[in-house]
Design a protein around this ligand. Structure first.
Ligand SMILES: Cc1ncc(COP(=O)(O)O)c(CNOCC(=O)O)c1O
Length: 401
């Protein structure tokens, strides 16, 4: 018999498995609020107009070939990605202190950064928020880091457990790596305020903790690329070092193109160039070099000011639609007099609302109302439309009364 006869069936991914269950449901009014992918008011995936335009330019450009990219990817894409998150006037960029590699979207950027740290950094412990994106633990563990948690979400206030966060980071060993969601925390939608970020920065720098920013939603939380990059820029402004993983999946809608970048901000230019050379040794045996198409689309948009501005308008429209879904859901529950305080729905930001519904209530909503969402009570607001808000409000109302 097969040499793999003893292999057992793996469980479905907690997030992607929701879509598998949704697809199997024959109900006409089923609603998928699971995976964090933007949907229009009509419930359809969105390809940004500016992305279509960029693709058209690429297709029409007869000079383009399909040669291998360098190990670190498209150099101009890397420069433009660093500028996007660090700001055009970033001293770190001007002083050539940033090593950037085009990676396979956010996940690939996190993984390459983790493998680099496991190979070159003296501390192998990474602290991630409790809760965090479900894939974080696996990405870092697979890279050989040991994962610990720092308190982040307070279920009683459905807000930030700021004291717990400071205590846990204060108790971390000197030099420990700390994963920080740059904006729009997944799954809670709870972000520190600017003042709280400043306190976090001071505390981390005083202990020499190494920040690893995960920026998967820049521009998606507030609608402003600069506002959503503020926390990252505060840390980089102090001259310290940090890792930044960027994803263009959500804010450019390039999900399946796997477009992202890892930037390592170093204290000196010669360090950055040596770090960059070592990044190549991590990437070469992993996937050799990154895919050309998606990064070419992103680069075309980022380098052309008209297209960049068009992108900003479309990005804000997506963020605004999500914010209006928050308001509509909150208003619908208020109108129904649904028991409980639902103000967190409009206080939280980004793609997700951490409803506070428990797994039994989620299971009830799936069974009775065909609402598909992760069992931790997270709903992707992008999956809602004005037409479907009443159905969700009915389900939540029934689940809590
Ligand atoms: C915080 C965070 N980091 C990184 C990523 C990585 O995304 P990608 O590798 O697609 O760029 C994601 C994407 N999340 O996927 C949607 C969901 O949670 O339902 C993310 O949320």
């Amino acid at each position: 018999d097969s040499v793999f006869a003893s292999i057992v069936q793996a469980p479905e991914d907690p997030i992607l498995g929701v879509t598998v269950a949704y697809n199997k449901d024959p109900s006409p009014n089923k609603l998928n609020l699971g995976v964090g992918a933007y949907r229009t008011e009509e419930g359809k995936p969105l390809v940004l107009n500016v992305v279509r335009k960029a693709e058209q330019l690429l297709v029409n450009d007869q000079s383009r070939v399909k040669e291998y990219l360098p190990i670190l990817g498209l150099a101009e894409f890397n420069k433009l990605s660093a500028k996007l998150i660090l700001g055009n006037d970033s001293p770190a960029i001007q002083e050539n202190r940033v090593a950037t590699a085009q990676c396979l979207s956010g996940t690939g950027s996190l993984r390459v950064g983790a493998e680099f740290l496991a190979k070159h950094y003296h501390q192998r412990t990474i602290y991630i928020p409790q809760p965090s994106w479900g894939n974080h633990v696996k990405v870092f563990t697979m890279a050989g880091l040991s994962v610990k948690n720092y308190r982040y979400y307070d279920p009683t206030t459905r807000g930030l457990n700021f004291q717990g966060l400071l205590e846990d980071l204060g108790a971390a060993p000197a030099g420990a790596i700390v994963l920080l969601h740059a904006c729009a925390h997944n799954p809670t939608g709870v972000d520190p305020t600017v003042e709280e970020w400043e306190q976090i920065r001071q505390s981390m720098r005083s202990k020499g903790l190494l920040p690893f920013f995960d920026s998967a939603y820049q521009g998606f939380a507030s609608g402003s690329l600069d506002a959503d990059a503020q926390p990252v820029r505060m840390f980089v402004a102090d001259g310290g070092e940090c890792f930044i993983a960027q994803s263009y999946a959500k804010n450019m809608g390039l999900y399946g193109e796997r477009v992202g970048a890892l930037s390592i901000v170093c204290k000196a230019a010669d360090v950055a160039s040596r770090v960059e050379s070592q990044l190549k040794l991590v990437i070469r045996p992993m996937y050799s070099n990154p895919p050309i198409h998606g990064a070419s689309i992103a680069m075309t948009i980022l380098k052309n000011s008209d297209m960049y501005n068009e992108w900003k308008i479309e990005l804000k429209a997506m963020a605004d639609r999500i914010i209006s879904m928050r308001k509509q859901l909150f208003d619908a529950l208020s109108a129904k007099g649904t028991p409980g305080d639902w103000s967190h729905i409009i206080k939280q930001i980004g793609m997700f609302t951490f409803t506070g519904l428990n797994s039994d209530q989620v299971a009830f909503m799936t069974k009775e109302y065909h609402i598909y969402m992760t069992s931790d009570g997270r709903i992707s607001m992008a999956g809602l439309s004005s037409k479907t808000v009443p159905h969700l409000a009915d389900a939540i109302h029934a689940a809590v009364t």
